[in-house]
Design a protein around this ligand. Structure first.
Ligand SMILES: [Mg+2]
Length: 206
């Protein structure tokens, strides 16, 4: 690892940090997944950047406004507290079949595409080779895989379930590890990162 670079954990939001609510628009419905605050606190204390990468197609579909999205983000950060503060929150507002004309197009940022990862690498001094992605959906794991990250699939939210196989134009990815929730994912990452730093052979990221 280059001395001036730090590893990051890229985090899906809905079903990973926040309990799953379809097209979450009301800050009163924001609730943390089990282990989320504890896991992010441990990762931050260990020196990881915490970067949220979230598909928010509800914006293109006209289900929620930018100000509602911001209110949800503020409530999430309030619940997480300063010890689990997020370094960067990125979202993709697009969807090819959206109702809002200027957002209804193909883009480079909607997961499993890796545009948000690339954006974070431009914004922060992140060491991608020592970084991880945690998510609850195959779309997240595929995004991490394409970006060359080690991946952890949590059992909260969709828990890796394929909800609509027809939306996937890729083979189901195999995560590097599974964890019951973000707290357990953080514990695994801390052990795995230590092994990596010690030069242990941890296998390919897949
Ligand atoms: Mg999710």
């Amino acid at each position: 690892m280059t001395a001036s670079l730090r590893p990051a954990v890229f985090l899906d939001r809905d079903g990973t940090i926040l309990r799953l609510v379809d097209y979450l628009a009301d800050p009163r419905q924001v609730a943390l997944c089990p282990g989320a605050r504890e896991g992010l606190t441990a990762l931050r204390a260990a020196g990881f950047f915490l970067v949220v990468v979230s598909n928010q197609s509800g914006i293109a579909r006209g289900y929620l406004s930018e100000s509602q999205r911001l209110a949800v983000s503020r409530r999430m950060e309030e619940l997480l507290g300063s010890a689990a503060a997020l370094d960067l929150l990125l979202h993709c507002p697009h969807h090819p079949q959206g109702a809002i004309a200027e957002l209804a197009h193909e883009c480079a940022c909607r997961k499993p595409k890796t545009g948000m990862i690339a954006q974070a690498l431009r914004a922060l001094p992140i060491d991608p080779q020592a970084s991880y992605l945690v998510g609850d959906s195959p779309v997240d794991i595929e995004c991490g895989r394409r970006a060359g990250l080690r991946t952890v699939q949590v059992a909260t939210g969709y828990g890796g379930r394929v909800t609509d196989p027809h939306r996937y134009d890729f083979p189901l990815p195999v995560p590097t590890a599974h964890a019951v929730d973000l707290g357990a994912a953080a514990s695994w990452i801390l052990v795995d990162a230590k092994a990596g730093a010690d030069g242990a052979d941890r296998g390919e990221a897949r």
